[in-house]
Design a protein around this ligand. Sequence first.
Ligand SMILES: Cc1cc2nc3c(=O)[nH]c(=O)nc-3n(C[C@H](O)[C@H](O)[C@H](O)COP(=O)(O)OP(=O)(O)OC[C@H]3O[C@@H](n4cnc5c(N)ncnc54)[C@H](O)[C@@H]3O)c2cc1C
Length: 286
Amino acid sequence: MKPFEYISTKSINEATQVLSEYKQDARVLAGGTDVLIELRRPHAKIPKAILDISYIESLNGISESDGLIILKPLSTHTQILKSDLVRKYAQLLGIAASQIGAPQIRNRGTVGGNVMNAATCADTVPPLIALDAEITLRSNGGSRTMKLVDFFIKPYKTKAESDDVLIEITFPKLPSNAQSAFIKLGRRNALSISRLSVAAILMQDKKGLISEARIVPGAALPTWMRVKEAEEMLIGEKPSLKLFTAAGQKVSEVMISYTGRRWSTEYKEPVIGVLVRRALEGCVKD
Ligand SMILES: Cc1cc2nc3c(=O)[nH]c(=O)nc-3n(C[C@H](O)[C@H](O)[C@H](O)COP(=O)(O)OP(=O)(O)OC[C@H]3O[C@@H](n4cnc5c(N)ncnc54)[C@H](O)[C@@H]3O)c2cc1C
């Protein structure tokens, strides 16, 4: 690996200053589980400087305020899966975090790194979009907040500028009538990258009818989004195998309408439908 300058900082202001100076020539490092692997690739573009933000304490932690969960970007997947707040108000995110890599990766890898890397298989992204998360980016020029669903352009490409630091992720707490699920399918059971995944949230009214539905597939569409066509089929209905199967088929149809038919469609077409059905079933279990 070519040499680079290593800069470590304990303050957000200093971090944004360094980034405004180096621009494309600097790379932020959080847990390093994506960056370091990338830098070791044979023809990797090595930046002039690596900016280590992992010691900035104000960028770490999970808290609640005014009905919102505030997830700081340096929160590791282990912190997320162990968080009582996540367990109570965002169960699907905890499930996703628990299925990332292996314990070593979960101990180092951060939610901020997972979002900013924007890999198609990023496991925290579908749950965060289902939770209607917003992110706040900070640069020397100030802060801006946007819906996470609007942040991604395509795999590995986001609307972040080279001098942006992700400083916060927020989302509303799920109400007590909400149930959620996250399912991922990889090539093996452990240490597995998602080939497909589904995040789902269902809310039922007092009569047991579905009052709100959110379905976000992962690694299925050109970028992440809720599949409204399938969600709408569920509203006002009683949960049933037939209904959830139909919703799964709809997600499959929508996926193909975006991606067209390609070599992987034969596999993905039935499988995404089954994953959606299973995720929805997971949302109505006691
Ligand atoms: C063996 C292995 C298994 C894995 N398994 C999974 C898996 O199952 N599921 C999954 O989703 N991922 C998996 N990953 C990928 C990786 O662990 C995650 O994406 C992790 O969350 C990345 O976080 P990090 O803190 O290590 O990011 P880093 O590597 O430090 O950074 C990733 C990217 O985000 C940028 N960045 C990080 N934080 C910020 C910030 N606050 N502001 C601005 N930019 C920032 C960096 O510049 C870089 O571009 C795996 C990786 C490995 C090596």
